[in-house]
Design a protein around this ligand. Structure first.
Ligand SMILES: [Zn+2]
Length: 330
């Protein structure tokens, strides 16, 4: 059994899964109600003990994904959207507390690991996952390995610039991809279009900004709302254009679009694919697939956390086996 932990700014999700990725038990608790790191840690440890008591000594290890977590060091490095400041050596703490192996990674990498171990990328060696939620995260897998980068920070696709002096981003700069392509970006586009068309064109014009979300825009678009459809087209076209750049750099077999916004299906996928084909070099045309996740959207990340530790334990067993074989042969 593997315990996966997905620490988000609002909620921490936990799941105990077997080696096939089937959850035996799942749980979640509020991250944002803890402003002190030690209080958060003791709440987390309490939940771990409660869940692990279900499986006794069958726990093989723990996989953790968190914002600004460094894969190399296992440290959460002052994440802007967590309620506490400073660094947290979550790997060290949990290894000491549970006396079992713990692997940690940036939460943006979790969907890539989930697809690689349990989902649509099990037979792929080169692919990318794009997670479309409040922001835009990405995980890049090259030659079967997650690209971590020298500082463990690779794959910050959400903050590449798409428009100089464009929309203001949470990172402090302007024109980042996620200010256009994310649930928040879609909403900003919708309100810009509503202002441009000056009333009478959309069922969404009666709503205040804070009362609209990606799901409402999707539902309106599915009912034929022209402004909502336009918002998706605008979003998909920017995404497709940037995916063309990403393909030139990473040469993947496929790109998976995951996260809540991917539920919009053809509304998002069609303009993305059209814009991608228009922006791509001829030699790559139609060779890279843009795919939805094969896993349940709300469980991709948690499965990624379980997969992170499952893969690490498998690799360890494999290397021990090889060492044993080598010893035998001498
Ligand atoms: Zn940014």
């Amino acid at each position: 059994m593997y315990l996966g932990i997905d620490i988000g700014g609002t909620t921490t999700k936990m799941g105990l899964a077997d080696s096939s990725g089937t959850f035996l038990s799942e749980n979640s608790f509020s991250t944002s109600s803890y402003s002190n790191v030690n209080q958060f840690l003791s709440a987390l440890e309490g939940e771990i003990i409660r869940m692990v008591s279900l499986v006794g000594n069958q726990l093989q290890g723990i996989g953790v994904g968190a914002p600004s977590a460094n894969f190399h060091t296992g440290v959460i490095e002052s994440a802007a959207n967590l309620g506490w400041s400073g660094q947290l050596n979550i790997k060290g703490h949990l290894e000491e507390f549970m006396k079992c192996p713990v692997e940690v990674t940036n939460d943006a990498n979790l969907p890539a690991i989930g697809e690689m171990i349990y989902g649509g990328a099990q037979v792929m060696r080169d692919f990318v996952t794009i997670s479309l939620g409040t922001g835009l995260g990405s995980g890049i897998v090259s030659n079967g390995k997650l690209v971590g980068g020298h500082h463990g920070m690779a794959g910050e696709l959400g903050h590449i610039n798409v428009k100089p002096n464009g929309r203001k981003c949470g990172c402090g700069r302007r024109g980042c991809l996620e200010t256009y392509v994310s649930a928040t970006g879609l909403k900003r586009t919708l309100f810009k279009l509503l202002a441009d068309y000056n009333g009478g064109h959309s069922e969404l014009e009666e709503y205040a900004f804070e009362d609209v979300n990606a799901q409402k825009i999707t539902e309106a678009a599915l009912r034929g709302d022209k402004i909502a459809i336009k918002a998706f087209n605008y979003t998909g076209r920017i995404l497709g254009n940037k995916l063309a750049d990403l393909i030139l750099v990473t040469d993947p077999e496929a790109i998976f679009l995951v996260g809540g916004m991917a539920k919009a299906g053809a509304l998002l996928f069609n303009p993305t694919k059209e814009s991608l084909v228009e922006s791509m070099l001829n030699s790559y045309e139609s060779t890279v697939e843009i795919l939805p996740s094969k896993l349940p959207l709300e469980k991709v990340s948690l499965l990624g956390a379980c997969g992170l530790i499952a893969r690490s334990e498998r690799q360890l067993k494999k290397s021990k086996h090889i060492t044993l074989l080598e010893r035998k042969s001498f």
